[in-house]
Design a protein around this ligand. Structure first.
Ligand SMILES: *Cc1c(COP(=O)(O)O)cnc(C)c1O
Length: 494
């Protein structure tokens, strides 16, 4: 059955999967959503014998219905190969009372690799299918991880160019070093004086600029987005939930059909939305536990029904979750609001105008699957420390936020169903915070700290860290937040 995509902000959009991937964002600024969420058409008996790539095909074929089997399998084969340091791609590790789904075994040791290693291939395939001759310009705002993962995914991919904006003082030193050492003649990295939301808003404004788009088209360029609003990011993220569930059956940890809870450290709401889609497809997930850091907009939203970004932006040790506008939440709000683009437009206008909106009581009832909570900085550090002391397992601050919130959930509800905690980054990406949390000297430079962490955790330093030790800095552009468009013009020679 063909799945088409609507915009969350217009009744008039109806596009194919490949068109939705190409466009990223719809013309009026809405997000593309599948008309119907498809149901899984394989049994758990079948799924538990599948590799990650086979599972990826079974899930993605249901959404990307205008890709041929051959095209999709080629994209998958190019993405989930030895860029990952384990053949399992997304291994599960049990620690204390939960299963940690490690999504950090890709090229940049964070979960963004799961989708960004396949997106460039989906995108170039989509371009061919739609007879696009323009060079595709990927414009991305990053809170740290997306940037590097997108850069490494797109570097030297023919027919593409990639420009990444990041908050100059809002990412970890290793994250910054990873980005500014990026090779590839089609890659551009720009620091802005502002936070992640400024970068994201700037990118959205550039995308929405019609006259710029026309000028670009004349010169042979068109924009696309690698941000988590692209449906080509969301769909590959559904895969690991299905894979993890099937693997837990295979390992004898759960029975086929048994309900589990999933806890996701959340920022832009993409990862947890993928879990929600997996649930809608028939995966037996009970609660979707949304874990925030001190930027707890989502916690407040789940408690009160009001999304309110009017508050101080806090820089935390989990910077990829330092977000006050969770873009992907729009897809959920659209769905629980009865798929009404007019109403949805009003809420989003209110969000960009007053900085807040409130959903109705009947919509709140439809959020019963979700539980939100947050971890303070102190709780996050304590969680890293106790996990290390009790088990020897070292987790990164994002994962620790999830772990802490999962504990809070279990204490509040006494719900002891099997739980998956999504582990979104390697501790090597946040070595300083991790070492400080476990009470070790954190005053040395980053690579020395990585060596120490390796000694104490017994886990080898990942390649992604080794290779930037001595890499030269290739990008040093910095701009004000209101200069982003001008910078893009310069890069494209407009
Ligand atoms: C991006 C990111 C998150 C947040 O994921 P969303 O899909 O934006 O909610 C959490 N942890 C890490 C390490 C990330 O890179």
């Amino acid at each position: 059955m063909e799945v088409l995509y609507n915009s969350t902000r217009s009744k008039d959009q109806k596009v194919t999967a490949s068109q939705a991937i190409l466009k990223g964002l719809s013309d009026e600024g809405g997000l593309f959503v599948p008309e119907q969420i498809p149901a899984l058409d394989r049994s758990f008996e079948e799924l538990k014998e599948m590799t990650y790539s086979q599972t990826a095909y079974e899930v993605m074929k249901l959404y990307l219905t205008d890709f041929t089997e051959q095209e999709l399998k080629t994209c998958i084969a190019r993405a989930y190969d030895d860029k990952f340091d384990t053949r399992e791609i997304a291994p599960i590790r049990k620690a204390k009372d939960a299963y940690y789904l490690e999504l950090f075994h890709g090229a940049t040791i964070a979960f963004k690799d799961m989708a960004l290693s396949i997106l460039p291939h989906l995108l170039t395939t989509a371009a061919k299918k739609n007879h696009v001759a323009n060079e595709i310009v990927i414009l991305t705002a990053t809170s740290g991880d997306t940037g590097k993962a997108a850069l490494s995914g797109f570097a030297d991919v023919e027919g593409t160019r990639i420009v990444v904006f990041y908050p100059k003082n809002g990412v970890s030193p290793i994250q910054e070093k990873q980005m500014v050492t990026q090779r590839g003649k089609n890659t551009y990295v720009v620091g802005i004086h502002g936070n992640f939301d400024d970068a994201q808003t700037g990118v959205k404004n550039i995308f929405g600029d019609r006259s710029l788009a026309e000028e670009m088209d004349e010169k042979g360029f068109q924009f696309s987005s690698a941000n988590s609003i692209n449906i080509g990011r969301l769909v590959p993220q559904i895969v690991y939930y299905v894979y993890a569930y099937a693997q837990l059956i295979k390992k004898g940890c759960i029975e086929g059909g048994e309900k589990i809870n999933v806890t996701v450290p959340t920022g832009n709401f993409g990862n947890i939305l993928a879990a929600f889609y997996a649930k809608q497809m028939g995966l037996p997930i009970d609660k979707l536990i949304c874990a925030s850091n001190e930027n707890k907009v989502l916690f407040d939203f789940f408690r009160s029904g009001t999304y309110d970004r009017n508050r101080d932006f806090v820089l935390t040790s989990s910077p990829s979750m330092d977000i006050l506008i969770s873009s992907n939440l729009e897809r959920l709000v659209y769905l629980i609001g009865g798929k009404d683009p007019d109403k949805n437009r009003e809420w989003m206008a209110s969000l960009s105008g007053e900085g807040s909106y409130t959903i109705t009581d009947s919509m709140r009832e439809k959020l019963a699957d979700f539980y939100g909570n947050y971890a303070s900085e102190e709780e996050t550090a304590r969680t890293i420390r106790s996990m290390y002391e009790d088990t020897g397992y070292v987790i990164d601050p994002h994962t620790a936020v999830a772990c802490c919130v999962y504990e809070k959930y279990r204490q509040e509800t006494a719900d002891h169903k099997p739980g998956i905690i999504v582990s979104t980054a390697s501790p090597y990406k946040f070595t300083r915070s991790v070492m400080a949390a476990i009470g070790r000297d954190d005053s040395e430079e980053d690579f020395a700290l990585a060596d120490k962490l390796s000694e104490l955790s017994g886990v080898k330093i990942p390649n992604a860290v080794e290779e930037i030790r001595t890499a030269p800095i290739l990008h040093d552009r910095v701009c004000e937040k209101n200069e982003m468009k001008q910078v893009v013009r310069e890069i494209l020679g407009l």
